[in-house]
Write a protein that binds this ligand. Structure first.
Ligand SMILES: Cc1cc2nc3c(=O)[nH]c(=O)nc-3n(C[C@H](O)[C@H](O)[C@H](O)COP(=O)(O)O)c2cc1C
Length: 198
């Protein structure tokens, strides 16, 4: 991977039966590949073992010795290796799904000093309530959240054949990815120059 290519992990946050999340994530992955600055990996939380019962110590306190289940290894390794994230999230009861919170809570250092962008979908608010909560939570983990998220209100009428009907959507995705790449470059350089004082 050259220094202008960033490892991008796209997280599919919902695990519900019949969910829409993978459709959005596939389109985002396509936009990221078209952008050209990312080595793209989609991680679907539905494929990961994410127990709700956490070990006694917090992942922050335990560091590398945190006892995660074997079925979580693919997620941990993807988060570890990432230079940047896109979290694809729906809105459940004015927040984000419990699957996403559980996945976040099993990790800590994996998020530190890395940028996170959001692509959300839902009813009238397009998942913006979910994103507001995620911004708050990820700041606690020393992640850097990108301001301009991509939101799809009333996604059930706004998408067809795996793509948003809004003709501006690819351009808005490009802007989001440009901002994410900028942060990924800046923060990777900073992490390589000096350990983050967490
Ligand atoms: C438990 C639950 C709560 C929901 N609450 C909201 C909500 O507060 N706001 C909203 O816009 N949509 C809400 N919805 C609708 C979801 O945005 C919609 O079902 C979406 O498809 C969920 O994403 P998914 O298909 O990837 O699971 C809710 C759906 C579920 C299952």
């Amino acid at each position: 991977m050259n220094k202008n290519t960033h490892k991008l992990v796209i997280l599919v946050g919902s695990v519900r039966e019949g969910r829409f999340g993978p459709v959005v994530a596939s389109w985002v992955a396509e936009q990221a590949r078209l952008h050209g600055g990312f080595d793209v990996e989609v991680v679907d939380l539905a494929d990961i073992d994410i127990p709700l019962t956490l070990p006694a110590l917090s992942p922050k306190a335990a560091g590398d010795d945190y006892p995660r289940p074997a079925g979580m290894a693919a997620l941990t390794s993807a988060l570890d290796g990432a230079d940047a994230f896109v979290v694809v999230t729906p809105e459940y009861n004015h927040s984000y799904p419990a699957s996403l919170k559980a996945a976040i809570d099993w990790h800590f250092t994996q998020w530190t000093a890395k940028p996170v962008a959001f692509v959300s979908y839902g009813g009238a608010a397009g998942g913006r309530h979910a994103v507001l909560h995620l911004e708050n939570v990820l700041t606690e983990l020393h992640a850097v959240t990108v301001r301009d998220g991509l939101a799809f209100p009333n996604y059930f009428t706004a998408w067809q054949d795996g793509r948003p009907l809004d003709p501006e959507a690819p351009a808005r995705a490009k802007t989001l990815l440009e901002q994410l790449a900028w942060w990924a470059r800046a923060l990777r350089t900073a992490r390589e120059t000096e350990p983050y004082p967490a």
